[in-house]
Design a protein around this ligand. Structure first.
Ligand SMILES: C[S@@+](CC[C@H](N)C(=O)[O-])C[C@H]1O[C@@H](n2cnc3c(N)ncnc32)[C@H](O)[C@@H]1O
Length: 307
């Protein structure tokens, strides 16, 4: 791994300089590296067990849906997989988060028969029992959800991004992801003209009115993330990619340049794309070689651009 980029070469980063070394000696074997990150092919739990405690600033992942066919081996990711395997990985996540780090879990249970699965809520409770703080349930709303034929349901337009932390002092940088204020330019001009947006002053110049701000143009975003599902070309035919805006939002909100971001169920590496683009260090792991190769294809051009 190379040295930190100019965006990440801070004194703060130097104090935690172990992560460059960490990225160099990771197992399972690296398939691909950039100056900022490494993509591994193999089992998530095996990887997590090799990482030192308190070494990661943000774990951001989207595990397989419950009931989804296992990619390639004919089995399904059933409840047992979540209870018997996934919860072992979250135990490791808690161990390796830095004290101010966060874990963002993008997940929503599927429908089964006439009911919505409840595993999403069970997982929240199980993670709290493991010792995580449950900080927030962000909602990812999809304006154009995938079509479907449902007798008793509507199109599924919502997923959750559950944020967990290790301590109450979790790091949080809303100023890094400000969003345009709700009102548009025309509305802003109208607001500025309203009498209630002026304060009276008695200036000797005779100027009796002074404009007060109608509101800043950029504001903290809300917990509703309105992002279209991933429509871009999908050469690997991966069934469940998330759009890069989702990891980008959390990387900005919960980390600073140079911090280390980890996605143990990386799929086509969207978390790595976000982290690389934003100057964070990253480690991703994917069990399926074909998806892991897509990570390389996506990251190679970005890595070159940065170096
Ligand atoms: C929902 S997908 C992640 C998609 C990803 N967010 C993206 O945008 O491409 C979950 C991924 O976890 C991988 N996976 C399943 N079991 C795994 C394991 N034990 N270790 C590592 N990866 C695993 C699957 O192959 C799948 O690609």
């Amino acid at each position: 791994m190379g040295e930190r980029s100019s965006t990440s070469g801070t004194a703060r980063g130097a104090g935690r300089g172990g992560s460059g070394e960490l990225l160099r000696r990771l197992a399972p074997p690296a398939l691909f590296r950039t100056a900022h990150g490494v993509s591994l092919v193999g089992d998530a739990l095996t990887l997590l067990r090799t990482l030192p405690s308190q070494s990661v600033d943000l774990v951001l992942t989207s595990p397989p849906y419950d009931g989804q066919p296992r990619y390639g081996d004919g089995e399904r990711y059933d409840r047992e997989w979540f209870v018997g395997y996934f919860l072992l990985t979250t135990r490791e996540v808690l161990r390796l988060l830095r004290p101010r780090g966060s874990f963002v879990l993008n997940y929503r249970s599927k429908r089964a028969g006439a009911e919505r699965g409840t595993l999403q809520y069970e997982l929240v409770l199980a993670l709290k029992e493991q010792g995580f703080l449950f900080c927030e349930d962000f909602v990812w709303g999809k304006p154009s959800p995938p079509p479907g034929k449902f007798r008793r349901f509507l199109k599924d337009a919502v997923e959750y991004c559950f944020q967990f932390a290790k301590t109450e002092d979790w790091q949080f940088f809303p100023e890094q992801c400000l969003a345009p204020a709700r009102w548009d330019a025309k509305d802003r001009a109208r607001r500025r003209a309203l009498p209630q947006n002026y304060v009276r002053v008695n200036e000797p110049s005779g100027q009796g009115r002074k404009r007060a701000l109608a509101g800043p143009d950029m504001v903290r975003p809300s917990t509703l993330l309105l992002v279209e599902p991933e429509f871009s070309r999908n050469p690997t035919e991966h069934p469940a990619r998330f759009p890069v805006e989702i990891p980008e939002f959390f990387v900005r909100l919960l980390t600073r340049p140079g911090d280390l971001v980890l996605d143990p169920f990386a799929g086509t590496g969207t978390t790595a794309v976000a982290a690389e683009g934003l100057g964070r260090r990253w480690i991703v792991c994917e069990a399926e070689t074909s998806y892991a190769r897509a990570i390389e294809d996506r990251l190679r051009p970005l890595g070159k651009r940065r170096s």
